[in-house]
Design a protein around this ligand. Structure first.
Ligand code: BT5
Length: 324
């Protein structure tokens, strides 16, 4: 953590109560004027910090940003989010994450307030205005590339559990859409860098429509999307949300490594909106209709078609249909 984040962490831990410049300086082994310089930078970033000659500095209010210092203060993880790279605006956090993956530790998170070229699957666009949560987690699992989709399902479970913690009903549409009342609130894009038989790095890109106004989205997705703000009727605290998300992610990822995929799959099945539905699956080569009857150990969807055949779908688009 850099000095500025450490200063901020001390102020956050004592929010509303003054902490003397002398104490901060001695605890961080820097000069008092260095502390003052960092306080000035924090103020420029929108943190409301009062100072009094006798008592020291006290934090009154924080800006509505996803500042790494605020996320890291009290974050209960051992490696996910220990290093957070923060950008006001970028093309895509997944692109940045890919570029730095080989030179950073596992668990590094790239986060941006907005994306100008947010990416969905198969070259689709992901709309990413300010107010959302757009982040990528860099992982280095010792795993063969064909199992990467397990992490996509794991991430879906992670987001769904985090949203459920905010009191909202949530379901997962195979493979990677998190829905509230049937509307998409989150998308997940997993990308890998790999040798033939081993993953070098895996990027989990997570986009959550937190405090965004979906009314301003293009018409074609206005009715099929929603936001946490819309569903709860008020702005959510994005810093708290990201903290809970990263803590949940680490806990599921460690469970996955210790106990294997079946435990994660069980949680995924319990939150699935797809199993039991009639679906239309479009892959690059064909379209298949059938009833989604399960998901196998690789995360592939199992369909029973109307003539009783079983089909296994590894990747594709899934549309829920009304049963006739
Ligand atoms: C996804 O793709 O759902 C994956 C989205 C991943 C976004 C994150 S944000 C952080 C990281 N950096 C990136 O550049 N990407 C990741 P897909 O299943 O292909 O869905 C894309 C479709 O969802 C689009 O074609 C639209 O129909 C719809 N869509 C676009 N933006 C949306 C939004 N903000 N909310 C809801 N639906 C959206």
């Amino acid at each position: 953590m850099n000095i500025k984040d450490k200063v901020l962490e001390k102020l956050i831990r004592n929010k509303g109560k003054p902490v003397s410049g002398e104490r901060i300086a001695s605890e961080l082994s820097v000069s008092r004027s260095a502390v003052w310089k960092h306080i000035k930078i924090l103020r420029d970033e929108g943190f409301m910090i009062e100072s009094s000659t006798n008592l020291g500095y006290s934090l009154r209010d924080t800006p509505d940003t996803l500042s790494p210092g605020e996320i890291k203060a009290g974050l209960e993880t051992s490696f996910i989010g220990k290093d957070i790279k923060y950008f006001k605006e970028t093309e895509s956090t997944n692109i940045l994450a890919r570029g730095m993956a080989n030179s950073v530790e596992e668990g590094t998170v790239v986060i941006a307030e907005s994306q100008t070229g947010g990416r969905g699957r198969l070259g689709r666009k992901w709309i990413s205005p300010e107010g959302g949560i757009w982040l990528s987690i860099i992982l280095k699992p010792k795993m063969q590339p064909q199992y990467a989709s397990r992490i996509t399902l794991l991430a879906g479970v992670c987001v769904a559990k985090t949203i459920r913690g905010f009191g909202l009903p949530v379901k997962i549409k195979w493979p990677n859409d998190v829905l509230i009342n049937g509307k998409k609130v989150c998308g997940i894009l997993t990308e890998i860098g790999a040798e033939v038989d081993m993953i070098d790095y895996l990027i989990v890109g997570i986009g959550i429509d937190a405090n965004v106004d979906t009314e301003s989205f293009p018409e074609e997705i206005r009715d099929s999307s929603t936001s946490l703000k819309k569903e709860t009727g008020k702005e959510i605290n994005r810093v708290d949300f990201v903290k809970k998300l990263l803590e949940e992610f680490e806990s599921l990822y460690l469970k996955f490594q210790k106990e294997g995929f079946p435990k994660i799959l069980e949680e995924w099945r319990n939150m699935s909106a797809t199993i039991g539905e009639w679906v239309k699956i479009s892959t690059q080569t064909r379209t298949i209709y059938g009833e989604a009857i399960g998901v196998d150990n690789e995360g592939a969807l199992i369909l029973e078609t109307s003539d009783g055949q079983l089909e296994k779908i590894v990747a594709g688009n899934c549309e829920h249909l009304r049963r006739t």
